[in-house]
Design a protein around this ligand. Structure first.
Ligand code: BGC
Length: 252
């Protein structure tokens, strides 16, 4: 494909963030445009938001779309933080209805992970096992072995030892805010989660992205895993950049 500038969209539980990305450099070449995710986040309402986003950029080419759920062959297979009507609904068909370009959908944390492995903190860890965790409304995860993505690793849905609720209901940026937790308390809880991940996957490196990664220095001291822990370099742009890169790879 001759086109090096591709639109990436990071669909989150709270916002749709889009931008035009130079996929060779891993940089955004437009401003980052954000729209609120509608509530309830139904397929119909979200399709309308997507339409507004592409209209803003007057864009008709391939679009990479990071989506906050399990994404298998363009279909959403879960809906933890969006409307349940998404389960079994095609993201590609729903957003592609009045759109001329092609849509390439993947899990949002997978998108962020792809960008970090290629252009960010994960570059040095392309050999071995690297896990990216995004700490936002939920906990997203991406698993790489020798830089190859194993898609849809729902590590946020794991049960921690002796716990009745899944990990992301115990520790996420939303839980931190809702429970007015100090960074110390958050760090200690997050440490429990990371130790559990380490026990199961023995990663060489853990990359942290999403909202809470910006405050990494506040809770870094409570994390006791053996793996190297690094905050994401692309910060809140990782999802958008990674989605665009994915669309480029898929459209080859
Ligand atoms: C979803 C994941 C998603 C993560 C971050 C979780 O609730 O199950 O698929 O990657 O939130 O948005």
């Amino acid at each position: 494909m001759a086109q090096d500038i591709i639109m990436g969209v990071d669909v989150g539980a709270t916002g749709f963030k889009g931008g035009l990305v130079d996929i060779k450099k891993g940089e955004m070449v437009s401003e980052r445009f954000r729209l609120e995710t509608p509530a309830p986040a139904t397929p119909k309402a979200m399709a309308k938001t997507f339409k507004e986003l592409v209209k803003h950029f007057d864009y008709e080419g391939p679009v990479g779309l990071g989506f906050p759920a399990i994404v298998h062959n363009g279909v959403s297979r879960s809906a933890s933080n969006i409307d349940k009507a998404w389960i079994g609904t095609s993201i590609v068909k729903t957003f592609g209805k009045d759109f001329k370009g092609s849509i390439h959908a993947l899990n949002d944390a997978d998108a962020a992970g792809i960008a970090e492995m290629e252009f960010g903190a994960g570059r040095k860890y392309q050999r071995g096992t690297t896990i990216m965790i995004t700490i936002g409304t939920g906990l997203g995860a991406a698993l790489f072995r020798h830089n190859e993505l194993v898609p849809n690793m729902e590590f946020g849905s794991m049960y921690l030892k002796d716990m009745k609720k899944i990990a992301e209901k115990y520790v996420s940026n939303r839980v931190r805010k809702d429970q007015d937790m100090s960074w110390k308390d958050f760090g200690k809880r997050f440490n429990e989660y990371l130790l559990h991940i380490e026990r199961i996957f023995s990663p060489d490196c853990i990359l942290l992205g999403g909202g809470a990664s910006k405050s990494f220095t506040e809770y870094e001291k409570y994390l006791e895993v053996e793996a190297t822990i690094l905050p994401a370099k692309l910060l809140n742009k990782a999802g958008t950049v990674g989605a665009a890169l994915y669309a480029y790879q898929q459209a080859q």
